[in-house]
Write a protein that binds this ligand. Structure first.
Ligand SMILES: Nc1ncnc2c1ncn2[C@@H]1O[C@H](COP(=O)(O)OP(=O)(O)OP(=O)(O)O)[C@@H](O)[C@H]1O
Ligand SMILES: [Mg+2]
Length: 304
């Protein structure tokens, strides 16, 4: 069954309850005929070519309910292309996507959102001149556009509580918030939509150390509520703090997911490079003190 408008609305009210109670929002995952739990997300054989560039080649990618999956790879490995496919911004050439055991067609951003996928980008997508509460209502269809400020604030308050922003007035304009608070509002919008799959594409790149911990704690809480998380990052220490499993992309191809408990940093680096990493940094050459680093001979400017 494709997710219908009705089932989304039912799910949203469950989310609001879960947000208030801080409890799990997702029911137990249905079991497949084999007895194994149905995957939350099952991407099979996705390819995407741009001219001569194969951004994705026969990519497989999976997510279990309530799992945090780190998605790693060198620059240009294809991570954002997969994220764009899942968010309906890029239509793949081939391949299938199933969500909770049902084939899903994510060919537009609206279809992706309706299927329960939300993306928290590194670049913020909130409207800065609008209030937090208005931004939270922005993505949702229905009568919320006609709500008063008081109604919008009442709707936003429990959602802000779940992302640790309960102390803020929901009617505060987003432009008055810090970078970390703005990032948390982006997460609040995903929570408000009751996304079953929340994708973070390098969410901590613009944050200070102490702010990063806020986001990591929140991501863990979202996963404990049954949401499945894709976490794209270049920061390996975060992976070991956060992820259950790791999938590495290399040159547009996907590796199999590996539990983080079986990995360490050198192993992850060699999976990303496709060869053993003998050292994190290249050997420094030796330089004698009296060797010149720059020598210029007879430099002159032609006379006019
Ligand atoms: N719209 C596009 N047109 C042409 N080439 C593209 C387009 N989008 C991505 N590519 C190419 O596809 C490949 C994969 O890019 P992608 O952005 O998915 O990598 P990434 O793993 O997210 O890298 P990074 O870590 O730098 O964000 C790269 O070679 C990139 O140049
Ligand atoms: Mg990218």
């Amino acid at each position: 069954m494709k997710p219908t408008r009705m089932s989304r609305m039912d799910a949203a009210s469950d989310a609001d309850r879960g947000a208030l109670e801080g409890s799990a929002t997702a029911p137990d995952p249905p079991a497949a005929e084999s007895g194994a739990p149905v995957l939350r997300l099952d991407v099979r054989g996705i390819s995407k070519t741009y001219g001569a560039i194969k951004a994705l080649s026969e990519v497989d990618f999976e997510l279990r309910p309530g799992e945090i999956m780190a998605l790693l790879g060198e620059n240009g490995a294809g991570k954002s292309t997969l994220v764009n496919v899942l968010s309906g911004l890029v239509v793949p050439d081939t391949g299938t996507i199933a969500i909770d055991g049902q084939l899903a067609e994510l060919s537009t951003a609206h279809k992706s959102q309706a299927a329960g996928v939300a993306v928290v980008h590194q670049e913020f997508s909130s409207v800065r001149t609008m209030s937090i509460a208005e931004n939270i209502a922005l993505d949702q269809w229905g009568d919320k556009h006609f709500w008063t400020g008081r109604q919008l604030a009442a709707h936003a308050r429990p959602i802000l509580e779940t992302v640790g922003l309960g102390h803020l007035d929901p009617l505060t304009p987003v432009e008055r918030l810090s970078v970390a608070e703005t990032q948390l509002v982006e997460v609040a919008r995903a929570v408000a939509r009751d996304a079953r799959i929340v994708i973070f594409d390098e969410p901590t790149a613009a944050l200070a150390e102490n702010e990063i911990d806020l986001i990591l704690t929140l991501i863990k809480r979202l996963a404990s509520q049954g949401r499945s998380i894709v976490y794209v990052t270049h920061r390996l220490p975060e992976v070991f703090k956060l992820a259950d499993r790791v999938t590495v992309f290399r040159n547009g191809r996907s590796g199999s997911p590996v539990p983080v408990s079986e990995l360490d940093v050198p192993r992850v680096v060699s999976m990303m490079l496709g060869r053993e990493a003998t050292s994190m940094f290249p050997e420094r050459g030796t330089l004698r003190q009296d060797d010149p680093v720059l020598k210029v001979n007879e430099l002159h400017r032609p006379s006019r």
